[in-house]
Structure formats: C-alpha cells, structure tokens
Write a protein that binds this ligand. Sequence first.
Ligand code: ASP
Ligand code: MG
Length: 409
Amino acid sequence: MALVVKKFGGSSVATTEKIMNVAKRILNEKKPDDQVVVVVSAMGKTTDNLIKLAQGINKEPYQFTREMDMLLTTGEQVSISLLAMAFMTLGHPAVSMTGPMAGMKTDSAHTKGRILDITPERVHKELDAGKIVVVAGFQGKDDAGDYVTLGRGGSDTSAVALAGALHADSCEIYTDVDGVYTADPRIAKNARKMKEITYSEMLEMARLGAGVMQPRSVEMGQLLNIPIHVRSTFTTHTGTVIREDYTMKEEKDYVIRGVAHDDKVAKIAVLGIPNTPGIAHEIFSALAAAKIDVDMIVQSIRNIEKNVTDMVFTVSTGDLSEAKRVVDKVADKLGAVAVLVEEDVAKVSIVGAGMLGNPGTAARMFGALCKAGINIDIISTSEISISCLIKGAELEKAVNAIHDEFFND
Ligand code: ASP
Ligand code: MG
C-alpha cells in the first residue's frame, strides 16, 4: 500500500471537462489499496480574476489582507468540491476538505502565510475509510481561526507540506509543463528537460524567476526531505524529480544546471547621497520596515571629492510603488539629488552548484551577452548563481544566448 499526494495546478483543473479528466487519470493509475490525497489549485485564472474583482472596489486591495484571504480562499473551495463530485460520479468515494479541515495551521501573515503545523487526523480517517481526499491548496487557518493564504503559487507548498505530515510515499506536482527545463521552453528554443535537480539548485532557479514551483515548496521539500516529482497533467511522461542529490546520470555534465529569468523587476537609483556611515542602513531599514524585499544592490562612488555616492537596487515590480514612496521619503531626508525608477529591466541568471569548481563560468556568461550585443547593468552572485540585470526588451535574446553558450551540443 502506498500513500500518495498529487497536486494539480490551476491549468490542470481549468474546466469541468479537465476536472473529469484529472479524476479519470487518478483512478486509472490508482492501485486498489493506494491511499490518494489530491491537492488542487483554483480553476484556471480564478485567483487573478478574484484579485481583479477586489480591484473593482479598491485599486490597492492588498491593504485589506485579511479580506483578500477570505476572498482568494473561495477559488480553491470551488475546485475541491467539483473534483470530489467527479470522483463520486465515476464511482469512487471521495471527500473534499478545506486547508483548515485537513489540519493546516499557519501564522497570521495574511496573503503570505507560513505553515506552522499540520494535524491531518481527519485526512487519515477518511483515507482509512477508503475515500480519496481532495484538499484545498494555498490555505490554512491561524490561531484566531481566520483563513490565511500562502502566497501566489502556494498550493505547491500545501502539497509538499501535507506529503511530509502524512509521511507519504510520494509527492507529485502535476502542471502544464512536463518537468523542469534548463530554461523556460517558451523562450529558449533549445531548452531541455532535466531528469533531476537538487533542492538547492531548484530553489535558486525558482528564486531567480523559474515559475514552475513556488520557492517555499522547494524549501519545504528540502526541510522534510520529500522528493518532489514535477510532471505533466496532459501526458504520462516521467518529469523531473527534485531531491537532495543526483541519482541518475544526465547525457552530459554541464557546468550549469539552468538559465532563469525574471522580468518582474524594477530598478531604483538614489542619486547623490552623502558617502557616510549609516546611509545604506537608513535606506534599507526603511524598506525592510515596509516589508519590501530588495534584491541586487550596488553602491558606487560618483564624486570622490564631494564624497557623494549613488545607491542602486532592484525590487519586484509588485513592490515598486510602495518602495518608491518609502525611498522618496528617506531621500528627501538625506538630501539626495534624485530618485530614478526604471521599469524596463529584467534579470537573467545562471544556476548550478557545478560553477563552484569551474573558474571562468562568469566570464562565459558575460561573453555570451557581449556577443549578443547586450549591455549588463548590474551583476550579482551567490554561491551557485550569477545574475545580470539587462534591458527588458533584450531578455529573450539574452536567455537564448546564455543557454546556447552552456548547453551547446
Ligand atoms: N490559486 C493560487 C494562485 O493562483 C494558488 C496556487 O495556484 O498555487 O496563486
Ligand atoms: Mg503554480
């Protein structure tokens, strides 16, 4: 007997027909004594549409975080009930549960909650009674009993966490792509599917913009040591397994594992501030107090005689207006010359633990960009990644140039 957790994303359950197909597939693959838990997202673009609905009331609905959670959790509630009905229509007992019914406890950080604990007794009880249990992803309940959502894409995290709490034998994430690719296949013509990738490398890919998995779900997999199989809803091909270490050989050893990109970044430059201790602290603590994540940071000497400097950094486009407000205030106080914002920028990154022992990896990346005639604005690195900020319009060319440089056979 195996206990399996399967997660289906929004595109996999976008219509009632697709929901019926998901139910049929699960029943076809299920061995008689398998216990199956299915975690689902909201149907298709439901979550986006609910956000638009809220914007009809207020342009910035995210200031009402508790109410946003109340609204957004309804999306998953629609898909769990329909999928449970689909199983029963096909003759298999099933029951749907909201996140809280499945024992999902979170902190109170509305719209970006974290799972604190899962007490899945009810799930076990229903599984033992022979039912397929369909659980709403993306949601849990805090101490006060309020719904809390886990951030966009949070159903991945629900599934992995639930697999951990249930001591599942496997955790499969079904989506509209058939695995993790060396670059976004919609952009890079020569992107190829990976058989495996480590948690750390996948986490870095996801953090740097690869949209396949919510970064937190990968963190959760690593923490609980749950191998995550990312695969397609629409084919039966083996996908990509995210795990601690490699177990299979790829056709060839490449220096990097993949190219990630992110076009949802914006650049803020605070120009002409005094080059004295405490200035960086002043700017970035104000941003931290507003809970704004800052990514690439560069401080440059602009005018040595006058002891004046520029501070340039990036934030995600979603945080831009709030970040600008915060920075304008600090800049005023510091007597900055100007605060400039550039939205038409994008970040392209290479990821791979292999670059640690391979000097020259950065030079190869910069060389590929240079050959493609692309200017680099900011560079940043981590132990297993190198990122360049470039013009947004050149992103596609950049991803292809870098990908072809490293995966060139
Ligand atoms: N429905 C939520 C979203 O669109 C959660 C998810 O799909 O994972 O972000
Ligand atoms: Mg997703």
